[in-house]
Design a protein around this ligand. Sequence first.
Ligand code: ADP
Length: 464
Amino acid sequence: MKHYSIRTTIAIQYAFVVLIVVFLISIVSNFLISRQFENYVEEQQNEKAEDMALNLSHQYDAMSGGWNLDYVHGLGMYALNEGYILKLSDEKQDILWDAQNHDMTLCSQMMGSISSQMQENYLGFEGKFVTHRYDLKQGNQVVGYLDVSYYSPYYLNENEFHFIEALNQILIVVGICSLLMAVVIGLFLAGSLSKPIAKIVEITERISDGDYSIRFQEGVKTKELDDLSRAVNYMAESLENQETIRKRLTSDVAHELRTPLANVSSYLEAIIEGVWEPTPERLQNCYDELERISKLVSDLERLKQMENENLKLHKTRENLLELVQAVMKNFEIQMESKNLRSVVTGEDVFACIDRNRMQQVITNLISNAVKYSNENGTIRVKIEKNADMASIQVQDEGIGIPEKDLPLIFERFYRTDKSRNRRTGGAGIGLTIAKAIVQAHGGKIIAESKQGIGSTFTVIFPVE
Ligand code: ADP
């Protein structure tokens, strides 16, 4: 199928609409103007005949009872040229002057030319010569009769035909000009639509070629195009983030594995070569490194499982306050070692949740709060219920998260400070898992943080 550009399509549509409008206006105005003009001509014909009758009535001399036949002849010949055939009779109906008697050939020539001209210009025109009789009076006395024959309902002389012709030509010229203007305006207007679309197409093509840093910069006035360009920009941004995370993931996993593997192999090599004694302490070191590797692998597996199984929840009615207190207990030793204080506030809030999964969420949040807290800090957990929503808030006074990292911390394997985190042992998937679980509960998780002051993670979900 042939595809036309927006420019061409809009210009053609514009031209088509204008063509129809101009065509209708031309037909209607031509019809109305012609009709008006024909009425005018018809009235003019009648008036002229009446004028001639009046004029001729003055040519009777009441004193002598005679007619000025020279004048009658002059007027008769003039009228014949104009398309009127006159016949003058006296009061006794005796013919005094008759154009047909006077010049039969001229009369039939004139009648023939008028009817053929009208038939030629108005196909199927139904006209014929009709005779009107006028009484010629002086005072109240009838002094004669004038029979005027002319082409009825009307006929147009050469000038009048020219007028109608000129009118039609003007309408055609106006039509063509409007059409051209419509095409030009259509092209111009279409340009304002097609240009940004072409630009967006170019950008999406570059995105599909892997250039995720490109963005649509220009402002667009059309709402839908503006939405489209925003959506494309958003898509590019998400792809760019995903790309960063993907690259980071590969390098992180490699990095994460390389250090413990190198350690283990160098320990074992030294033991095999007899450089080192295989003391329990050294073997414990090897074991610890292998533990780190297997933790990473199990994290990866957990994540894979989370993504594969579409998170089926087994919900039961649980007391959130009690659940939080239970989780808190598991962190007593870690908190003690950093001299951290915990404050749990809120009342009993019951909600339908998957206990194990939600416990995992709370564990991940509290574990992070403990990991990233400085010594002697306080960790506050608040449980609340608002309408039919429950919220669990975990707040710490730890190192905080840089603003630029905040939107990314829920992405898998995202860690704000790689070297520090390797020490603390996190692989950067705790929050990814937490977010997936909360979303499966129909809720959301919000992170707020100020570097050097602390972080607050709030989990909100429906109680039912
Ligand atoms: P990790 O196992 O590395 O803690 P998470 O997914 O739980 O992975 O967290 C991702 C990153 O978010 C962490 O590496 C850390 O940089 C940051 N983060 C999470 N929670 C906190 C917190 N309470 N305070 C400071 N940084 C945090």
